[in-house]
Design a protein around this ligand. Structure first.
Ligand SMILES: [Cu+2]
Length: 244
């Protein structure tokens, strides 16, 4: 009798867990497909600009060598860093819960890291200053979201912000005109940013047919169609050919 009770209890707990709101996403992520690939450019590799940091001696001191712009973070093999690869079409009416883990953007060495990032509507984007006793004023002037700007002076200072609508936003610093980064606000969490080797990994794609886009601030976006099954792993490489 005792055993039967336990079994019934265990079954109820399992049933309860099954209807918990956290389950569908976890399950979707586990059964989702993974896209891995590399972002490259074809043709001549544009040069990075040398940044004049002497406007702020504290920034200059952190870069005894040259500080280079992040707009063309491309290695000699043509691998493109800071491209955002995301699902452009195909999710239809599927709804997603904003991830609980915030996206973090740091002011570090008088630049933003990362230089490009995706974030979901409703997900926290944490602004963190990593420069000691050096004032940055982070600022955005979006079209569909509220404008904000605030200063951060102390090392480790953090402030979370949440966007309410989709759009791609330029982030800048009012103190250091060279500081900029790109925030792509999406209505889903299916995005990835390419690393220094141009590689990216986009996980948790529900089975279906999609248009995947590689976006970069300087190049014309490139899209590709793909169909994925549950738990499938596929390779998808992108090549930018034209400047925007
Ligand atoms: Cu700054």
């Amino acid at each position: 009798m005792k055993i039967a009770c336990c079994l019934i209890f265990a079954a109820s707990v399992t049933a309860l867990l099954r209807v918990s709101p956290a389950e569908p996403q976890t399950q979707a992520a586990e059964e989702g497909a993974t896209l891995t690939g590399r972002v490259k450019i074809k043709g001549e590799i544009p040069k990075r600009r040398k940044i004049q940091t002497n406007a702020d001696p504290k920034c200059a001191a952190m870069h005894p060598g040259d500080l280079m712009s992040d707009d063309y973070a491309i290695d000699p093999a043509g691998n493109v860093q800071y491209a955002i690869i995301y699902v452009k079409e195909g999710l239809d009416e599927q709804k997603f819960t904003p991830p609980k883990t915030p996206v973090v953007v740091e002011q570090k060495g008088c630049r933003f890291e990362p230089h490009a990032m995706g974030v979901m509507v409703g997900q926290e984007l944490t602004f963190r200053n990593m420069d000691p006793d050096l004032m940055h004023i982070v600022h955005v002037v979006p079209k569909n979201n509220k404008e904000f700007g605030f200063s951060q002076v102390k090392r480790g200072e953090e402030r979370p912000k949440i966007f309410t609508a989709k759009e791609t936003i330029r982030l800048f610093c009012d103190v250091h005109p060279w500081m900029e980064a790109w925030i792509m606000v999406l209505d889903h969490p299916l995005h990835a940013t390419s690393g220094a080797d141009g590689k990216f990994k986009l996980k948790g794609l529900p089975p279906g047919k999609y248009t995947i886009e590689a976006w970069h601030e300087k190049f014309k976006p490139v899209t590709q169609e793909i169909e994925v099954k549950a738990k499938e792993s596929k390779t998808l490489d992108f090549t930018f050919t034209e400047k925007q």
